[in-house]
Ligand binder design. Sequence first.
Ligand code: BGC
Ligand code: MG
Length: 556
Amino acid sequence: MTTRHPTPPTTDDDWWRSAVVYQVYVRSFADSNGDGVGDLRGIRHHLPYLRDLGVDALWLTPFYTSPMVDGGYDVADYRDVDPMFGTLADFDRMITDAHALGLRIIVDLVPNHTSDAHPWFQAALAAAPGSPERDRYLFADGQGPDGGLPPNDWESIFGGPAWTRVPDGQWYLHLFDPTQPDLNWRHPEVREEFLDILRFWLDRGVDGFRIDVAHGMIKAEGLPDVGFNSMTTGRRQSELLGKGRLPYFDQDEVHDVYRAWRPVLDSYPGGRMAVAEAWAETPQRLARYIGPDELHQAFSFDFLDATWSADSFRKVIDTALTESTIVGAPTTWVLSNHDKQRHVTRYGDGPQGLRRARAASLLMLALPGSAYLYQGEELGLPEVLDLPDELRQDPAFLRTGESRDGCRVPIPWDGELAPYGFGPPGGAPSWLPAPATWQALSVAAQTGVPGSTLELYRTALRIRHDHPALATDAGEVVWLDTDPGVLAFRRVAGPAALTCVVNLSGAPVTIDGYGTAVAASAELTPAGTGHVLPVDAAAWFDEHRPTGGLTVGSPG
Ligand code: BGC
Ligand code: MG
């Protein structure tokens, strides 16, 4: 059956609606000073690479003053740059250069919790139970005769209880690491502080914010038990993320926070935006974060979580497009980020994983809305699965044995020796080592090589930018009838039309009648008037382009 998803047109302030945003994990992108850690000057130096890649904006993970227990998601000063990453002057130079190249800058905002090194938390520890200093966080008395049991059964996302006891006997809440105490968002001072932090970065010219744990902040009144946790039933509460409701996530009052933020964003010129990292029980509840009086976008993690099957992708795409029509904002697609196993590895690793990852990327880039790329996916980097345990730094690793370090390994730029141009010659080893196999995956090794993943991304991003049916989130998505296991949809805007076909069927398929192939994730072989699309491959077809447009072949 043919399903039509109409979408409204864009204006310039709506740049984010169809933007391709490149996520820079600052620690691992490029190291300018040879200390083995990526930094702001490293980003600045590589801005021309990002412009040439064809992205519209960068999202920078936290670079603020931080003890770096959780890779900077533990912020000690929201208005300064950690010396490890540079200075505010470096930030200003970086954003000026980015804007001059036509690249916008989105920064990460971490409002759910601070670092325990934040002056507010230090003051709270020094003050007495019941003091105004403690009231900015969530301190509570414990249960049991001597208050020796946590106030409730809540569990940290990183494993273990979400409460830690301080010497005077009270407990404080931390939904993540014990060094990340949760703020009390019912406190007016907390709300004021973050409005001011927003203005601080907006005044410095940032184009938007990625809101960390946007579904957090407000906790149910009375801090009620969940009813189970790993200790009592062996089931982790975090299993409910995105599937059920927890008393500490997605509470209705969190929307008041965003309704207060939106007028601040809107008071600045140039379309300043915010994208939510939010997990909600249903797509409908997720959509509540988006709208003209709240945030602009929310990542569609269902797409990232989809399994490798036509049904699974079709279902999440349809749901997301339907929701986006209802809320009047386009979908925000993502396949990889700094918290998830890289999609090459999720789809099977090795040659199969790479083939599928390349096809999935073409699928994503043909969909209406914005797409978020994670640094290194344009190189086809896999997850590094064999990092030695003693080098792993993810705080979740010690508590759960699960580690996100494997997707945070520094980017290989060029050269024959690790860290492959990540830092200057003679610099310190990179904070996580790059595997020897990454020499062949470096930017230099793939540049100009037909069929390389980097050239596939460059081609796809160029077409997405130039083709009238893809360059906008306006127009229609029309699903086409195809063989089982094959996804095909047309993007139509006025007279322009582009068709994306993805073969998830497990066997090669012959396709015909869609027009000229302009991009393909694997070699297409001619068959009669059409083509054979190999297993685990995707291709784009332009109906109005006469002949000979194919620019991308097999994986390099
Ligand atoms: C970030 C993680 C971080 C957590 C706590 C997230 O969702 O993406 O990297 O560990 O928030 O701030
Ligand atoms: Mg450095």
